[in-house]
Design a protein around this ligand. Structure first.
Ligand SMILES: [Fe+2]
Ligand SMILES: [Fe+2]
Length: 229
């Protein structure tokens, strides 16, 4: 739990907590038991990559796009906040690259996923909307870069470990060109919170994240139970 009211102290505790929570969640529900219930590494690639590609593009790019807009409106995009504009656009570029990595591998397996027409469930679309539909850049950061994205990075890491023996090059690419980028995304989220949040908003930031983790926990637990029972 966050123990201080100063924003810088808050974000350090907040991110440590969120890392621990995300690690525990992913290791409980997106582990070898779950992945082997889908099948062998080839089955896992064919089953998981289309949805991950969609999430990299839509969940990955829409929130930072909204943050760029909000910083333009509320911040100093041509002055103090130029580093945030640069960081967010790097993130948007990275997330698009991640989506392409997953779709390019799928095409090597004979599956063409066109992200301009690929459809995801209403539940996932709704999760994306709840991340984007906020009016402050630091509120988006709390529910996205500083929580959901940590979870997403650990999921890709566990997936890479599962397929590594059969597909070492794919696993290596996921670690080096997807997971490795996430540190920068977390960093820009942290900078946004530290610059835009006031000390009396720490409780709200915690609530946004708690709600996010509760929803993720329920969805991942349900998927795990359905697959393994
Ligand atoms: Fe990503
Ligand atoms: Fe990311």
């Amino acid at each position: 739990m966050a123990s201080t009211n100063s924003i810088t102290g808050f974000t350090s505790d907040f991110l440590d907590d969120n890392r621990d929570r995300a690690r525990e969640l992913v290791d409980s529900y997106y582990n070898d038991e779950f992945l082997s219930s889908i099948g062998d590494p080839t089955d896992v690639i064919l089953s998981e990559f289309p949805a991950i590609a969609w999430r990299e593009l839509y969940l990955g790019c829409l929130p930072p796009n909204k943050q760029v807009y909000l910083i333009y409106e509320r911040g100093e995009p041509f002055g103090r906040d130029r580093d945030l504009i640069v960081g967010l656009n790097k993130q948007i570029k990275d997330e698009f690259k991640h989506a392409k990595i997953f779709t390019n591998y799928l095409s090597q397996f004979g599956v063409d996923v066109d992200l301009t027409t690929h459809e995801e469930s209403e539940e996932i679309i709704q999760a994306c909307r709840t991340m984007v539909d906020r009016d402050e850049p630091h509120h988006i950061a709390a529910g996205f870069q500083c929580s959901t994205e940590i979870r997403a990075a650990f999921m890709v890491q566990n997936l890479a470990e599962y397929i590594e023996q059969e597909y070492p090059n794919v696993a290596n690419t996921l670690m080096k060109h997807v997971v490795a980028d996430e540190g920068d995304h977390l960093h820009v989220g942290r900078q946004i919170i530290e610059r835009f949040s006031s000390d009396d908003e720490t409780e709200m930031m915690q609530t946004i994240t708690d709600e996010k983790f509760e929803k993720i926990d329920a969805a991942m637990a349900a998927r795990f139970e359905a697959a393994t029972n």
